[in-house]
Design a protein around this ligand. Structure first.
Ligand code: DC
Length: 223
């Protein structure tokens, strides 16, 4: 009789821009010794490639071609961390063709032996709906704007807090309002509101949630 293979332990971390999900995902990767994929970088990369080629972010074919050619070594580019890249990412992310072209990359990462942590907008709903651990990380828009503003300042980007808040509100609306894989918590995701938490506190809370999910997952895969 064949022994059933243990499924990979996948941790889905979704949430809006600057909610703290990136830092939380990195912390979970370290705590559980799992590789981490920031899926926002994939959309950022597609947006930046389209802009560099002088094409329109609203052209689904131009963006889908960039998505189809994307490779992991493109994701280290510091330009992907800029404000313009975030906005471009959100715009190309509305195209179903782009999302389809990025699906295999994300699912292959999620299904690697041992498991993985992925952070994004649709990990728990579309990319890894069977993930045994799902978090939806939120924070009030003003709190997120302050966090993102500080990050941008540290990167040397001169921008006002008001403009960052307006970006965040526009992105929330676009990412949550699109037809294709809109940002929303999976029915079985644990909500973690980090508005009143330091990042260390939030990372600890996330670790405890995932520890509990891991214990349940270990029990259900015993034997
Ligand atoms: O997480 P981030 O801010 O780097 O993401 C940039 C944009 O990419 C975000 O506004 C929407 C899009 N995105 C998405 O649609 N689905 C994902 N899984 C990750 C990001």
């Amino acid at each position: 009789m064949s022994v059933p293979e243990k499924p990979p332990f996948v941790v889905a971390v979704d949430g809006p821009a600057a909610s703290g999900k990136g830092t939380i995902a990195t912390g979970l990767g370290k705590a559980f010794d799992l590789p981490v994929l920031d899926t926002g970088l994939l959309y950022r990369c597609v947006g930046v490639v389209v802009l560099r080629a002088g094409e329109s972010l609203d052209d689904p074919d131009a963006a889908a071609s960039a998505a189809a050619l994307l490779t992991a070594d493109q994701l280290d580019d510091p330009e992907l961390r800029t404000r313009a890249a975030g906005e471009a990412a959100s715009r190309v992310a509305v195209h179903p063709k782009v999302r389809d072209a990025l699906l295999d990359f994300q699912r292959t990462f999620a299904r690697q032996e041992g498991g993985a942590v992925l952070d994004g907008r649709d990990i728990g709903t579309v990319i890894a709906p069977d993930a045994p651990a799902k978090l939806f990380v939120t924070a009030a828009p003003k709190v997120r704007a302050e966090r993102r503003w500080k990050q941008l300042q540290a990167q040397g980007e001169a921008v006002s807090l008001e403009d960052v808040l307006a970006d965040i509100r526009r992105r929330d609306e676009r990412d949550g309002g699109r037809d294709a894989a809109p940002m929303r918590p999976a029915a079985d995701a644990v909500l973690l509101d980090t508005s009143e938490m330091t990042i260390d506190h939030a990372a600890d809370a996330a670790r405890r949630i995932v520890e509990a999910a891991r214990a349940r997952w270990n029990t259900s895969n015993e034997g």
